[in-house]
Ligand binder design. Structure first.
Ligand code: GLC
Length: 570
């Protein structure tokens, strides 16, 4: 064990990230949709929380079939969000407070309304034809037209869309309105580089890069042998991925910019380390999906899956060690706009344990090795949508496409089961408006019709009441982020070690700096009261979700209440 060598220090390792989902953060006009001026009005709230980097989910021009992950112009802001001068104002507001602005770069695909695609679909000899992935149909024995191969879309059905104009299919790994770009074409890569430079020159400090490991596809486009999500083995971390990432990395390096690549469906973990190892010149960090897939069943996300604390431990431990041992870097996240709320998923959201559970998530996450990512509302312990909500409150294309496969044909028991899984895992859970206060619509909008219904629990869970209460979930996050920075040799650059690995209720880990300074984090994931023997002597309680003092933990054994968490300096 030892701390990282000095030359591997970086600003983005020491900071923490806050993800804003613009549509649901703060509406400044009463339209019911959040906007950039709304975000600007909350910059001080973010500064006070202690986050350093603000990542905006896509704000670019888009027909919004997939909430802006379908971009029709990379240099224009979608009008409901504001315009480019608002981005400049937000950038300046952040920079003036020593904070950074990170944008979402979605370049595996565009919208079908992007000019490039409009041209591409016109004719086989259009100069933009080769910007996307077009293939002729296959025909079965009866002469029926079939897609070029059996790959499936991440949002249900075939990954190929037939286009009558030229009697060919185009590849779209997500919605039919999201055609995949052809990165084999150097002009496409140049266009991606130009978009990056455009925003970096305008003062963006880096990018979150959408499904970046999908950009290189096996050019023989073979049929998949998988049963679930057919095709990923032929394009997740495909043959030329690292060549393309190195091109992006060179530009990022010129600007000392930050990057986090989203990398789902990885078949060989070494690919992740290759993308982030310090000497490779590719990305700063990546999002892996091992914790996000923990409750997926045999038929994918919307089938029931069980997990245990020991599975969570082994997954966390693996990635903490993996990155440390391979000179990589972790992006630490338990929530984002595609995932359910962490308090509902990993701990307990029923009223009795909700607050303790949300504080546990804060302590558990913030002291691990890596850069912590906090998704809007996580810092106040927002929960999944209520079980009572009807399907017409759900808005997400992924969830609704799935429901569309069953709603008219499945039996009642199957539908009830699916509804349970949607309430647990639908992306809608993360997308309800931010709960600012206890006024109507939770202070998210002055209008009466938010684009998505506000979670009914906003009177109990909102930022205004928590900012006032020093014992709140919000202040637990604030303190944890502050302590992480104060002891950065331990928490940013130190090593990680699981403690009491066999314990099936308590997740404990140690962080150790190169000079031997150390900290111990103990989280009781169960709803039982637990006696835990630490055998250590604490110098200071860094964060305690239950107001513990040093004397409460130094008697050889500490008592932890349900879902209690504590971080100690040893
Ligand atoms: C990523 C985004 C998700 C989007 C998908 C297609 O997974 O996070 O929201 O639907 O890519 O762009």
């Amino acid at each position: 064990m030892g701390s990282k060598p000095e030359q591997l220090r970086a600003w983005w390792k020491e900071g923490s990230v806050y993800q804003v989902y613009p549509a649901s953060f703060q509406d400044s006009t009463g339209s019911g949709v959040g906007d950039l001026k709304g975000i600007i009005s909350r910059v001080d709230y973010l500064k006070d929380l202690g986050v350093d980097i603000v990542w905006l989910s896509p704000i670019f021009k888009s027909p919004q079939h997939d909430m802006g992950y379908d971009i029709s112009d990379y240099r224009v802001i979608d009008p409901p969000y504001g315009d480019i001068t608002d981005v400049d104002v937000l950038r300046d507001a952040l920079h003036a407070r020593g904070m950074k602005l990170v944008l979402d770069l979605v370049m595996n695909h565009t919208s079908d309304e992007h000019e490039w695609f409009k041209e591409s679909r016109k004719s086989k000899d259009n100069p933009y034809r080769d910007w996307y992935i077009w293939k002729p149909p296959r025909y079965d024995e009866q002469g029926n037209r079939c897609p070029p191969n059996n790959w499936q879309s991440h949002f249900q059905g075939s990954a190929w869309e037939y286009d009558e104009t030229t009697d060919e299919y185009y590849l779209r790994l997500f919605c039919r309105e999201q055609p995949d770009l052809n990165w084999e074409n150097p002009a496409v890569r140049k266009a991606a580089h130009d978009v990056m430079r455009f925003w970096l020159d305008r003062g963006a400090d880096g990018f979150r890069i959408d499904v970046i490991n999908f950009i290189s596809k096996d050019q023989s486009f073979p049929d998949s042998k998988q049963t679930v999500l057919r095709g990923t083995e032929h394009y997740a971390c495909g043959p030329r991925l690292h060549e393309y990432l190195k091109e992006l990395g060179a530009i990022l390096k010129e600007y000392d910019a930050f990057s986090v690549g989203e990398m789902p469906c990885v078949h060989d973990e070494k690919e992740l380390v290759r993308a982030v190892a310090a000497d490779r010149g590719e990305l700063s960090m990546i999002f892996h999906f091992e914790l996000m897939d923990i409750d997926h069943g045999v038929n994918g996300k919307f089938s029931p899956g069980k997990w245990t604390l020991s599975t969570l431990k082994s997954k966390v431990n693996k990635w903490q060690r993996f990155m440390y041992d391979n000179n990589g870097w972790n992006a630490l996240y338990l929530e984002n706009h595609d995932q359910p709320r962490a308090v509902s998923r990993f701990v307990h959201d029923h009223p009795e344990h909700r607050v303790a559970s949300a504080k546990l998530i804060a302590v558990f996450l913030a002291f691990q090795a890596g850069t912590p990512f906090i998704y809007q509302g996580q810092e106040i312990g927002m929960t999944n949508v209520p079980v009572e909500w009807d399907m017409d409150e759900y808005k997400d294309v992924d969830c609704l496409n799935h429901w569309g496969l069953f709603k008219d044909s499945a039996d009642e028991a199957t539908k009830a089961q699916l509804r349970m899984e949607y309430q647990k895992k639908s992306r809608d859970n993360a997308r309800t408006p931010m709960q600012w206060d206890d006024s109507p619509q939770a202070g998210f909008t002055t209008g009466s019709a938010p684009w998505m219904r506000v979670n009914d629990n906003y009177k109990q869970i909102n930022a205004a009441s928590q900012v006032k209460d020093p014992e709140s979930v919000y202040h637990t996050y604030r303190r944890a982020l502050e302590k992480r920075k104060e002891h950065k040799d331990i928490f940013v650059y130190g090593d990680f070690e699981l403690v009491d690995e066999a314990n099936d209720r308590v997740f404990a880990y140690k962080r150790v700096a190169g000079n031997g300074d150390a900290a111990l984090i103990v989280c009781n994931f169960s709803t039982d009261e637990v006696a835990w023997s630490s055998g250590v002597k604490a110098r200071e309680v860094l964060v305690s979700s239950a107001g513990k003092k040093v004397d409460d933990v130094n008697g050889g054994e500490m008592r932890l209440g349900p879902c209690e968490a504590i971080a100690l300096l040893l």
